[in-house]
Design a protein around this ligand. Sequence first.
Ligand code: THU
Length: 136
Amino acid sequence: MNPLQLTREEESKLLEIAESMLPKAYAVYSKFRVGAAVLTEKGNIFPGCNVENVSYGLTICAERNAIAAAVAAEGGDKMKIKALAVVNAQNISCSPCGACRQVIWEFGRKAVVIFQGDRGKQTLSIEQLLPSGFSW
Ligand code: THU
């Protein structure tokens, strides 16, 4: 077990599935392909990729695409994120954007996030990535 309560097997499976999504990304504008995978508390894994649009602001990040798939399958009231992995085809340092951090937080206050850091894969909790997420 690593310090953030994710087994090595869970971590490698999530990364493998996130990587497998890279060819499916629709990144015709940025050319920056992103893949993600969500592990839910129930033990299911849902993949996602980024989906861009000619109206650039409509772009959906890979993380939110995977989370939407998890909600659609398990139900929004029940789905809780245990962990999420995000990778990119260029293997450059890239953590989830602010909007995705808020959406991850919505569905998993204790979620673990694996991403490409400055020196290889990095694991942080969503609390570390988004202290004091928005709520009212
Ligand atoms: N993108 C993601 O899918 N996830 C991230 O964590 C960062 C950015 C996408 C959005 C856009 O399609 C492309 O990467 C460039 O910003």
